[in-house]
Design a protein around this ligand. Structure first.
Ligand SMILES: [Zn+2]
Length: 195
């Protein structure tokens, strides 16, 4: 029998750091909440599918060699993910401090490499197990220092997915029109019929 299909990671937020926050499904309902990053391997899958990292086969192999290091990296990424959420949506100063500390570490681990066309330099993330955390910390800093007046959370009671509302009229209520939007429209329609 085939293994059950892995859940698809959402990319609906408009910023990579918020896409990471959205790896928790049903965040606002403890009974249904699902963390889709339970293993370092899944973090690597997210890094490839959503963050656009190149093939991470070497990292996958390295994680098998030193599982305790991989587990620590995953735990640090999860802490960072929750700090991004708490900083942006709960105004937590402690969370902002954690993002700042992680960003400082990320800069220390990164290096500037010359672009192929030799016209400029680009930050390069380390190729080791700290790579995903380094990339995410830089994205988190980028998010927190950008205009967050359009940061929103889905209007569904349980969903909890977050995004930047870049719609022309800034009236986006749902993470996705086809998901929460449609389900809530149907629910409202049913409720009206019963009255
Ligand atoms: Zn939603």
């Amino acid at each position: 029998m085939d293994a059950p299909a892995k859940p698809a990671f959402p990319k609906v937020a408009g910023h990579l750091a918020l896409d990471l926050v959205d790896t928790v499904h049903w965040r606002l309902d403890d009974a249904r909440s699902i963390d889709t990053l339970p293993t370092f391997d899944e973090l690597l899958r997210w890094s490839t599918e959503i963050a656009g990292c190149a093939d991470l086969g070497d990292l996958r192999a390295a994680a098998v060699e030193v599982p305790d290091v991989a587990a620590r990296e995953l735990a640090a990424v999860i802490r960072l993910r929750e700090a991004i959420y708490e900083a942006v949506f709960q105004g937590s100063d402690t969370a902002v401090d954690l993002v700042a500390t992680e960003y400082a570490g990320a800069v220390q681990r990164s290096s500037l490499v010359r672009d192929p066309d030799q016209s400029s330099w680009t930050w390069s993330v380390p190729t080791g197990l700290t790579g995903p955390r380094t990339l995410i910390a830089r994205e988190a800093q980028d998010l927190l220092t950008s205009d967050l007046s359009r940061a929103r959370q889905c209007g569904d009671d349980a969903c909890g997915w977050v995004y930047l509302d870049t719609s022309p009229r800034h009236n986006r209520i749902w993470c996705t029109a086809a998901g929460c939007g449609n389900r809530n429209r149907v629910a409202r329609h049913q409720a009206r019929k019963q009255h």
